[in-house]
Design a protein around this ligand. Structure first.
Ligand code: GDD
Ligand code: MG
Length: 360
C-alpha cells in the first residue's frame, strides 16, 4: 500500500524571528488558513492514504509540537530522531521501518513546509508517481522553473517512459542538486530542466537497496535500528547508540544523483503551484493581503502604511507597526525580537541568527 512520509526538519533560521530553533517553519500558519504548513501537508495527503498510513519523521525537540498539531497521527507513526542527520537519514529511517512492516510498501516523501496550490493536479501527479514507483524507479516530481534559483535541485528530462497509468512519466537523464547561478541560468534557458519539488515516491525496499549501494554505512545503521524499531525499549537503546554515528547527507546527494546516473530515476512533470517559501521575500510574493503596497502577514489592524511599496510587514508583538515612505523593507515584529532588513537581503537572515546568543 501507499504510505505518506513527512520529514519535518529545519533549523528555523530563514524566517527568523517568526520561526525559531524550537519552532521551525512547518509549525507556522503562513497561508493564513488557520492550519500550519504541516497541518496543510497532512490535509493534502489524506486523500492518498489513511491516517494509519501517514508517518512523520522529526527531531526529538519537535515531537511534542507535532503531536499537538497532528492529533490523528498514530504514536507508532511518529519517528523521532535524537539529532538532525539530514534528509537521507530521516527518509531512510522511514523506508527501513516500512520495508519491514509491509514488503510491498510504496513510500511517498513530502516536505512538511511547502506551499502547494491545485490539489487535483497534486493528487494526480502523486498517483502517477506511485504507479511509476512500482517499476523499481525512484520517482520525483518536476516543477517548471520560473527563475534560475540556486536553492533547488534540477532534473534534466529524459525520454518518456510510456507506463500504463502514468502517461507523463519520463526518465531523469541527470539530477543536479543546487547548481551555482551560472549553471542554473544555463539550465533555465535550455528548457529541458525541471525543479525537484523535494518529493520522492519509491518502493521502501528499493530505496533501501539504493541506499545500500550508494551509502552503505547509512543503510546498515538504519537496518539495525529498523530491526528493533517495533520494540520500544530496544529501540531507544539501539537508536541512542547508532544514530549519532550515521553520516549526515541529503537524500539528493546520497541517492538521487547517483541513481539518476544509472537511469533509475523518473520524474512526473507537474502543473500544480509549488513554493518552498525559503525567505521573507518569497513569502511576500505569495501573501494575498496588501495594505497600501506592502504585503502583510497577520493582524491587518496592527499595520499602517503611507507611501510604502513592495515591502512585507509581519506584526505580532501587540504594538502597531507604522511605515512611511520606505520601499521593499522586511519588518517582522515578535514579542522578543524585531527584524528589519530589505527584501534584497532576505536570504541572509540566517546569518544574523547565528549572531544571537542562544542560537535564535
Ligand atoms: N526529520 C528530518 N530530519 N527532516 C529533515 C532533516 C532532518 O535532519 N533534514 C532535512 N529534512 C527534511 C526537511 O524538513 C525537508 O522536508 C526535506 O527533508 C528536504 O530538506 P531541506 O533541507 O529542506 O532540503 P533543501 O530545501 O535544501 O533541498 C531539497 O528540497 C528542494 C525543494 O524544496 C532538495 O530535495 C532539492 O532538490 C529540492 O529542490
Ligand atoms: Mg527545503
Amino acid at each position: 500500500g501507499f504510505w505518506a512520509v513527512v520529514p519535518a526538519g529545519g533549523a528555523g533560521t530563514r524566517l527568523w524571528p517568526l520561526s525559531r530553533k524550537g519552532y521551525p517553519k512547518f509549525f507556522l500558519d503562513l497561508t493564513q488558513s488557520g492550519r500550519s504548513l504541516i497541518q496543510g501537508t497532512w490535509d493534502r495527503l489524506l486523500p492518498l492514504s489513511t491516517p494509519d498510513r501517514l508517518m512523520v519523521v522529526t527531531g526529538v525537540d519537535h515531537s511534542q509540537g507535532v503531536r499537538d498539531q497532528l492529533p490523528d497521527l498514530l504514536p507508532g507513526n511518529l519517528l523521532s530522531e535524537p539529532m538532525p542527520k539530514e534528509s537521507a537519514a530521516a527518509i531512510g529511517l522511514a523506508a527501513a521501518v516500512l520495508a519491514r512492516r509491509d514488503p510491498e510498501a510504496i513510500l511517498g516523501s513530502f516536505a512538511a513546509d511547502h506551499m502547494i496550490s491545485g490539489n487535483e493536479a497534486f493528487l494526480s501527479a502523486v498517483t502517477e508517481a506511485a504507479v511509476t514507483a512500482k517499476k523499481n524507479l525512484l520517482v520525483t516530481i518536476g516543477i517548471a522553473p520560473s527563475h534560475p534559483a540556486t536553492g533547488f535541485g534540477y532534473i534534466r528530462l529524459g525520454d518518456r517512459l510510456n507506463i500504463e497509468g502514468a502517461p507523463n512519466a519520463c526518465r531523469v537523464s541527470q539530477f543536479k542538486e543546487k547548481p551555482d547561478s551560472r549553471t542554473a541560468s544555463a539550465y533555465l534557458s535550455s528548457g529541458s530542466y525541471r525543479w525537484n519539488a523535494g518529493m520522492f515516491v519509491v518502493r521502501a525496499k528499493f530505496l533501501m537497496e539504493l541506499l545500500h549501494q550508494n551509502c552503505p554505512e547509512l543503510a546498515e545503521g538504519l537496518d539495525k535500528i529498523a530491526e528493533v524499531w517495533e520494540n520500544e525499549s530496544e529501540r531507544t537503546r539501539v537508536i541512542t547508540d547508532i544514530w549519532p554515528t550515521l553520516p549526515k547527507i541529503a537524500i539528493d546527494h546520497a541517492v538521487a544523483e547517483p541513481a539518476a546516473a544509472e537511469g533509475k530515476v523518473a520524474v512526473i512533470p507537474a502543473t500544480f503551484g509549488w513554493d518552498d517559501v525559503g525567505d521573507f521575500s518569497s513569502l511576500a510574493d505569495i501573501l494575498p493581503t496588501e495594505i497600501g503596497h506592502a504585503r502583510v502577514l497577520g493582524d491587518q489592524a496592527m499595520v499602517i502604511t503611507d507611501q510604502v511599496a513592495g515591502g512585507i510587514i509581519v506584526p505580532g508583538s501587540g504594538r502597531l507597526v507604522a511605515c512611511l515612505g520606505v520601499d521593499d523593507l522586511v519588518i517582522v515584529d515578535t514579542p522578543d525580537a524585531l527584524l528589519v532588513t530589505t527584501r534584497a537581503r532576505a536570504q541572509e537572515v540566517k546569518k544574523i541568527v547565528g549572531k544571537c546568543k542562544d542560537g535564535g
